[in-house]
Design a protein around this ligand. Structure first.
Ligand SMILES: [Fe+2]
Ligand SMILES: [Fe+2]
Length: 391
């Protein structure tokens, strides 16, 4: 991604600032949930959004011991606190206990950030201490019981349909979301669907899980306070726009489209966890949190959101693959998550979605930066069709 694009993207996340962050939130309870955000209005991308691959090149073989890859060109290179570059992603070994490794890694990152920001950003430092104090699971919001139950049922393909029906019957908001998706054009709704059972059958288990995840995430878009501006909404808009992109390009990576939708929808959820923690701190202290420099907030989000997201996947019992993929979605270094083609689709969807605000994505650079093995030519064609259909 070129510098102009970078500037425009940062301007989108932080109007009036030269550089940006991402957004997120966590806390025991879901505080002050916003009304379910509507699907973002996607700007019509220019014809040059995707810069197609220019030449054939040898695919990089997975090399677990290789040094960290260069930062992708579409990301700003922010200075990270000393010591973090060596520690991040240390949980990527095949046989790692992901939960324990994520906690250890998060602790290292929090400590490095505390040292970096100490004496400069007291409220942010307090927030870091909140994230690091006690059991991290208490900081990550629990999802509503009905949604958690339904998610567990959708993960088991042997679950009888009537069990799913009974969960949806007890939750009007889930039922509403189910029927809305079942009647959408994407699922080929030629006939109106008004029964829960028919909706479940029409969508299938994987798409049903995505309906549930969408509902869960909308409940996580909180109000951490004035210092955070629209960051939670911006993150939600990014996630909800990345998901259909990932589903569209999944075949280029031999990945399952509905799984790609799910992980893309979740990939930056660590930012929402961070924002929820800020909202909880704001409620507890009954005052607005102060952030002196958005660069500092940006750094916290950038450094923390992968392990926080991975821990959220663990808390919500979405499976080890989801934990690994969310915790390593920036592909900053080779690791075991590289063996999942799904991760490549998420990586590309993330970058392409960010570029939707203007500029272009150079697929040659993207493939090198992410150590991607999927077909760039096919991905480019799928994206072309996607944008043609969604214009
Ligand atoms: Fe991210
Ligand atoms: Fe992202």
């Amino acid at each position: 991604m070129n510098f102009d694009l970078l500037q425009r993207l940062m301007g989108r996340f932080f109007p009036g600032r030269t550089r940006g962050a991402g957004a997120q939130g966590a806390g025991i309870a879901l505080a002050e949930p916003l009304p379910c955000p509507a699907a973002p209005a996607r700007p019509r991308p220019s014809g040059r959004l995707i810069r197609a691959p220019r030449r054939e090149r040898p695919r990089p073989a997975p090399q677990p011991e290789a040094p960290p890859a260069m930062s992708a060109p579409s990301r700003p290179k922010r200075p990270w606190p000393e010591g973090l570059e060596e520690s991040f992603g240390a949980y990527a070994a095949e046989d790692a206990d992901m939960g324990a490794a994520l906690r250890a890694d998060l602790g290292q990152r929090l400590e490095a950030l505390r040292k970096h920001l100490g004496g400069v950003e007291p409220d942010l430092v307090s927030l870091l201490e909140r994230l690091g104090g006690g059991e991290i699971a208490e900081t990550i919001p629990q999802i509503p019981a009905a949604a958690q139950r339904a998610l567990s049922l959708t993960l088991d393909l042997e679950t009888p349909t009537h069990e799913l029906v009974s969960v949806f019957e007890g939750d009007p908001s889930l039922t509403q979301a189910l029927l809305k998706s079942a009647n959408s054009v994407y699922y080929g709704a030629s006939e109106s669907c008004s029964s829960i059972r028919n909706g479940i059958v029409r969508l299938g288990r994987k798409a049903l899980r995505n309906v549930l995840l969408t509902q869960v995430l909308t409940g996580l878009v909180c109000r951490p306070g004035r210092a955070f501006g629209r960051m939670p909404e911006e993150v939600w808009e990014h996630l909800s726009a990345s998901a259909p992109l990932a589903r569209c390009i999944a075949p280029a990576f031999n990945a399952d489209p509905e799984e790609a939708f799910a992980i893309a929808l979740l990939h930056d959820v660590g930012k929402l966890v961070f924002f929820e923690a800020a909202a909880a701190a704001r409620r507890k202290e009954r005052r607005e949190l102060s952030v002196g420099d958005l660069e500092s907030l940006s750094l916290c989000l950038d450094v923390l959101h992968e392990p926080l997201g991975g821990l959220a996947m663990e808390r919500w019992q979405l499976g080890e693959r989801a934990v690994r993929l969310v915790a390593t979605h920036h592909r900053r270094r080779p690791g075991s998550a590289d063996r999942f083609p799904l991760g490549e689709a998420i990586f590309v969807a993330d970058r392409v979605q960010l570029a939707e605000q203007g500029g272009s994505v150079d697929l040659d650079e993207l493939w090198l930066a992410g150590r991607l093995n999927g077909s760039d030519v096919r991905a480019a064609k799928l994206l072309e069709v996607y944008y043609a259909q969604n214009d």
